[in-house]
Design a protein around this ligand. Structure first.
Ligand code: A2P
Length: 340
């Protein structure tokens, strides 16, 4: 990394992902000259810690980005739509964690282990998009397989934690669980049904084709990241009563001859991945082990015995870290090292 230091802003600093972005910047020793922590007017008066200093949260306004080199956004799609172009006009590069800009053909959609070359396109609009959390952990695993064997078709089902919906959903699972265990009435504010002791086959809104928007994000974002629209992908996304860590059952059909053992060997050497696959000893990826660290855990790798050249696997990652904050900070690291 260059010796240069940068003026950084985090928009949505008080949220689940924003908080983790601040922690990642600190953990990874990002070269920071100044840091601005931005949220809504509701948070003015709050202070957050960074490198042992207590920093006042400021209200996000149109003039927040003057003099800022790089802004990490995680304050929702509406905020990104409005403020990312304003920040870019002020010469700031925005790395946006919302879905607002992901499918804009001029905006690169980046997972550093897969397509770091796309970061160069930040020059188009001054915006780089961070993919959906479920997409990130899937493409890091698909990438080495696609390069070596060519991926023909992917069938994925997700088991997604509530932290992906934000702090209010973490609170809702907590409150509902306590209420149900104490035979009390509970409130449903975030999801249309109870999430405690339940699974909801419903993430984001339903679309005309019968899929949810989350499911179509996994399809469309993956094709964009791979710059290859020949891969067949179908997804079912499910919210489960887990606080942190998304799990995915992925079935991958490849074009070339391949076995589960070859897939395991390749993934063991691939960046960002840890193979955790010793089922005889009850060792496999689990959300409780993925939470709080950055590697994507892969296990239960086995041949799909119903068709040739096809494997099943179970892939788990911390959705707030690699699925959001860490990926954003990794993009920022590439950006400042190569381009700023
Ligand atoms: P605030 O805490 O002031 O509401 P999460 O994804 O965990 O729900 O967090 C959302 C983040 O986006 C929070 O930091 C929240 O700030 C911020 N945010 C929400 N609405 C606005 C807004 N209108 N202006 C600025 N920040 C906002």
């Amino acid at each position: 990394m260059s010796a240069k230091k940068f003026n950084i802003a985090v928009a949505g600093a008080t949220g689940a992902v924003g908080n983790q972005m601040i922690a990642c910047l600190e953990e990874r020793n990002f070269p920071i000259e100044t840091i601005k922590l931005l949220a809504s007017s509701r948070s003015v008066g709050r202070r957050l810690d960074f490198r042992g200093e207590s920093i006042a949260v400021e209200e996000l306004t149109e003039s927040s980005f003057k003099g800022v080199d790089v802004a990490l956004f995680s304050a929702g799609g509406g905020i990104s739509e409005k403020f990312a172009p304003l920040a870019a006009e002020d010469g700031c590069v925005v790395i946006d964690n919302s879905s607002a800009w992901r499918m804009d053909p001029e905006v690169p959609l980046v997972v550093p282990e897969v397509n770091p070359h796309a970061i160069a396109q930040y020059k188009n609009k001054g915006i780089i998009a961070n993919p959906n959390c479920s997409t990130i952990q899937m493409v890091v695993v698909l990438h080495p397989l696609h390069q070596k064997y060519g991926v023909r078709r992917v069938v994925v089902s997700t088991y997604q934690s509530v932290s992906g919906t934000g702090q209010k959903a973490i609170d809702e699972l907590d409150l509902q669980t306590r209420a149900i265990l104490n035979f009390k009435e509970y409130e449903k504010k975030v999801y249309p049904h109870a999430i405690a002791f339940n699974c909801l086959p419903h993430i984001d809104v339903f679309l005309e084709n019968g899929y949810t928007k989350e499911e179509m994000k996994m399809v469309n974002e993956t094709l964009k990241i791979f710059e290859d629209d020949t891969i067949g992908i179908t997804a079912t996304t499910v919210r489960v009563p887990v606080f942190y860590g998304h799990s995915e059952s992925i079935n991958i059909e490849m074009k070339e001859n391949v076995t589960a053992d070859e897939v395991r060997t390749l993934l063991e050497k691939s960046p960002g991945i840890k193979v955790v696959d010793d089922p005889e000893n009850n060792i496999y990826p689990m959300a409780i082990d993925a939470a709080g660290q950055d590697l994507i855990l892969v296990g239960r790798i086995r041949n799909d015995e119903s068709i040739p050249n096809c494997v099943n696997m179970w892939v788990v990652a911390d959705n707030i870290r690699k699925g959001a904050a860490t990926n954003t900070v990794q993009i920022a690291e590439f950006l400042v090292k190569e381009y700023l």
